[in-house]
Design a binder for this molecule. Structure first.
Ligand code: DX5
Length: 228
């Protein structure tokens, strides 16, 4: 299983977001995650479509847009047209999740669904077969630098088993409190894409070194041999 790091620019210097994305690209990652927050679904406000439009021409990286907004359907067109490659909506944010996924695919974009720590994986059963990514929140969304919630590990194991049993080619991503100590735990439980904000952009040794250290730590989870 290939482990990937998705730096979250939520933890980057907001006065130099373009440089932060370029540093991430130079570090060898294949994507960055852009945390969109509306102050309603989560108690914080961050970026809008204009920020994605501004970053798009600066990089060839996949722009993963994590829509912590409600209702997400109202924002899919704007972010898809701004240049997002993957749009991740929250299951909790809409009664029309299937339609939101169709809407994303209608733009030719990859669709992901995120679930909060209190949301069971079973809510995805009717749509999981059409997804390119499932994001298990390992913190309650809204802020970077929070404590990892270890109770989410069983949910990861359950989803990894589902992907294997159903032969799904879907990424299993985690977001929140991911650093050198938690990275092997989530990989051992089945995650293969690790979103990291403060562990990457807050690292003293710089972005490239932080990404390399995270990858090394994450791969220790593979060595444990428990991932199918
Ligand atoms: C939560 C955000 C954060 C961010 C990563 O709403 O989505 O999880 O991306 O934060 P860190 O890696 O600093 O915990």
């Amino acid at each position: 299983m290939t482990i990937k790091i998705a730096p979250s620019i939520l933890s980057a210097d907001f006065t130099r977001l373009g440089e932060a994305v370029k540093e991430a690209e130079a570090a060898g990652v294949d994507r960055v995650q852009i945390d969109i927050m509306d102050g309603r679904f989560v108690p914080n406000i961050t970026f809008g479509p204009l920020a994605v439009r501004a970053l798009r021409p600066l990089t060839r990286l996949t722009l993963e847009v994590h829509l912590m907004v409600t209702p997400p359907e109202d924002f899919i067109d704007a972010f898809a047209e701004a240049g997002a490659d993957t749009l991740i909506v929250h299951q909790e944010a809409t009664p029309h999740l299937h339609r939101a996924i169709q809407h994303i695919h209608g733009h030719g974009k990859k669709a992901g669904v995120a679930i909060n720590p209190s949301t069971p994986a079973s809510v995805l059963s009717e749509v999981i077969g059409s997804l390119q990514l499932v994001l298990v929140m390992t913190v309650n969304p809204g802020f970077g630098g929070q404590e990892f919630i270890a109770e989410t590990l069983d949910k990861l194991r359950q989803l990894r088993r589902t992907f294997t049993d159903r032969g799904l080619d879907c990424e299993l991503e985690v977001d929140g409190g991911i650093h050198r100590q938690t990275a092997p735990l989530v990989v051992e439980a089945g995650a293969n894409v690790l979103v990291a904000g403060s562990a990457v952009f807050g690292a003293k040794g710089g972005v490239k070194n932080a990404v390399e250290e995270l990858l090394q730590a994450a791969r220790r989870g593979l060595d444990s041999g428990s991932v199918v």
